[in-house]
Each structure stands twice: as C-alpha cells, then as structure tokens.
Design a protein around this ligand. Structure first.
Ligand code: G3P
Ligand code: MG
Length: 248
C-alpha cells in the first residue's frame, strides 16, 4: 500500500522546541506564531485517566512537582507550575489537557502529531485512552491527528480503539531489520526516525515500500534540506524561529 503524507513538511517539536516550556499551550502558541502548521507533543494519562501533555514520567524537570505524574489526578497536576522551570515569563503555565490543545489547534487550523508517551507499565491503557480521546476531539477536523509511539503495545491498543486514526512507529536507534513486518502488523503509515540513525539508503528503502518517513529532531537547516532531498516526508525541529516553514 502506498501511504500518502497529508501533513506539512515541518513540525514544531514539543510545540516550540526549547524557546517556550515544552508541551504547554504557550509553546504551541509560539510555534503557531512562527508559521508552523503542525505540532508534535507528548501525551500520557493522569491518575484519573485524563490525557495530558508531558514528556517525562516524572515531574521534576518540567514542573515544580515531584515524583511520578501518574500518581496525581488532573486536579492535582493542575495545581502545579509547568512554566517557571523554563523562565519567569512563563511562570504559572499549567499542564494542558489534550482537550484544551485540540480546541486551540482546531481553532487555528494547526495539525497535530500526538506522541503517545505512556508512563512505564501503562502502555496499553494509554494507547487506548489517547486514541479514543483523539477520535472524539478531532471528529470535525479536516485532517485527523497522527498518532505515534515508541511503544508497539500502545500503538496496537490505539489501532484497536480507533482504527481510522493514522499511526506511525517511532524508532529510538537503528531501525530493526523487520521494520516492514512491524509497520504491516501495526497498520502504520510509516516510521518516525531519530536523525542520528538515518541514512539515505534507509529513507529510500522505507519510501520505496510505500511508507512515510519523518525525522526528529533536526536543528540544522542544511540537514533539513538534505533529508527532504532524500525523500523524507517531514522533519521535526526545535528551531521554530530560524527553521521556519516559509524558509524551506
Ligand atoms: O516524536 C518525535 C520525538 O518527540 C521523539 O522523542 O523524546 O523528543 O519525545 P522525544
Ligand atoms: Mg515527543
């Protein structure tokens, strides 16, 4: 099957990379203000099962909380500050729910890549709940969000819960030799690859089998051009003020 990439070729990583607190509405606003029409963000579940944006399992790096985020309810997470760690300008920035981000991106015609980032041990539940939430939240969207995950368990659960939502398999290091079988089994449109392990031969192999390739996280403009020339469909970048869609 030949998979078409319907999304933009540049994707803002974690909303606005590093120039605003990652995975917050503030970051997604900054990415949007810089011309990005697609955002990647990481989603996991609160203790009471609400999909929220957060990269790490634990709270210390990106908030004033402590310990596992999965031990706190949405109400408890909402009492924390997810912006002050970045800079005082963002003090008080709350953790966003997937619902609040859906509302913003839909209102601003911005597409989404929802990276399902389960807390360890919660892979299937997270895949299922995030996919069901995305299906409902984006029911009226012109393009559905792309779901991706390093967790094949999460992707399989997402596929069962919401088979119509497109999926991509994230690969952390070297692509496993059986990547075609994995994509086929999970019904994925393609691979989202780590730039450090991407070769032209791999890109050509994936594209020639009819699958898509997106590469993270590329912060050098020359490398962005090279990867697109090789046939990559999309690039994730942190450099939202310098590697802008209007400079491609
Ligand atoms: O989805 C691409 C990229 O975000 C994967 O790595 O650690 O930044 O979530 P990470
Ligand atoms: Mg991510």
């Amino acid at each position: 099957m030949n998979h078409h990439w319907p999304y933009p070729a540049l994707i803002a990583h974690r909303g606005a990379g590093k120039i605003a607190p990652e995975n917050t509405l503030a970051a997604i606003r900054v990415g949007t203000q810089n011309g990005f029409r697609m955002m990647e963000y990481d989603v996991k579940l609160s203790r009471d099962g609400v999909p929220v944006l957060l990269h790490d399992d634990t709270l210390e790096r990106t908030s004033n909380g402590q310990g596992l985020a999965s031990r706190l309810t949405l109400a408890e997470l909402s009492a924390l500050d997810f912006g002050a760690w970045h800079s005082s300008a963002y003090a008080g920035e709350p953790i966003p729910t997937l619902g609040s981000i859906a509302a913003f991106t839909l209102a601003n015609q911005v597409h989404s890549n929802i990276e399902i980032k389960p807390t360890t041990g919660h892979e299937a539940e997270t895949g299922r709940q995030v996919a069901l939430a995305a299906l409902a939240l984006w029911a009226q969207a012109s393009l559905p969000p792309l779901l991706s995950s390093f967790s094949e368990v999460a992707l399989e659960a997402a596929q069962q819960a919401a088979p119509t939502l497109p999926r991509a398999l994230l690969i952390e290091e070297e692509a496993p030799v059986d990547w075609p079988e994995r994509l086929e089994r999970l019904g994925c449109m393609g691979l989202n690859l780590n730039d450090r392990f991407v070769s032209q031969a791999l890109v050509q192999a994936v594209r020639s089998k009819g699958y898509t390739v997106a590469v993270w996280t590329v912060n050098d403009a020359e490398r962005v051009r090279e990867l697109l020339d090789w046939g990559c469909n999309a690039i994730f970048t942190d450099k939202v003020t310098t590697i802008r869609p209007d400079t491609l």
